[in-house]
Write a new protein. Sequence first.
Length: 374
Amino acid sequence: MQKRKTIAVIFGGQSTEHEISCLTASEVVKELDPSKYEMVCVGISPDGIWHRYGIEEVAGLHVEDNKLPRLDEDGPVAVAIRDEDGLRIATHVGDSLTDQVKIDCVFSLLHGTYGEDGTLQGMLEMLGVSYVGSGVTASAIGMDKHFMKLALQAADVPIGPFELVSSAQWLNEKETTIKRIADRLEFPVFVKPARGGSSVGISRVDEVTGLEEAVEEARKFDPKVIVEQGFIGAREVECAVLGPAKLGERPRVSCPGEIVVNKDAEFYDYQAKYLPTEGQVDLNIPAKIDEETSKVVRKLAVDSFLALDCEGLARADTFVTAQGEVYVNEVNTMPGFTKLSMFPSLWEASGLSYRELLTDLIEQALARPVNVNR
């Protein structure tokens, strides 16, 4: 019998998406195939401390009283060590390191800063261990909406109009910057932290007088801000992309799915994504679009995956206008991964179960070479 691989599941983190990561980890540890994999769970607190957690502790993380789960500082401290055999995870107790376990692959479920932006990926490269998902460069570009759009433009992937608001521009040329946005974009616009996720810090602005407040709100989360022109009447259609089943083959793409916000939210914001009221949001999978539009959406999802040099997984979000034009809004290299999230739901509808999806991602990671500066 083949020896089970040991997977380090890393979750939590210091970003504004800490709670979503905890919720994702709970689903993953309950579904990871125990006949193929052993698990070591490492939770990173909001203060950045690494802790060891038992599988049952992680599986028990859940929404309670309409509040998402959050890690405390009570767990034993975890330590990452590299030796001649690769990565080991140990528990730090007093002056000793105990419960040392060799890790075959890391499954990072961290969203946002220090987990999805290439920083953790760089550390894992230095530790010489396989890991699920995109490498350093693709993760960093995918996290930064400005550079992401530049990469998509360079690959002739259609995107909507946008304007960058750098920290220097805002601090030194605020009035000029506001005028530039108003002159070049049509309202409504969406003002976003350039390197944020889960719709945190995003505002819809319907007229120029609301721009200053919206930019200040976005700057609470990132000094670099991007302003995107809204697509009135457009449909939000998403596709999930998986890396090739075998090295050298084409990425795989799911059926498209559509997000329909019915009430209470002007757009698909944090509340609507993770704590929706009944009837607030519908996820139509597959999307109710014609076959030709479906082909375009799926092709652009793969084109975007390749343009950013993604690996493992990504979710491509598009807008389909009333005229049938398709524009890529953004690419997420570590999309939400709860059972109700769009990414696994799209693959479920495309014939791949949640457990099979987790196995696929880990086997992709194990098949890729380590330490190739990706």
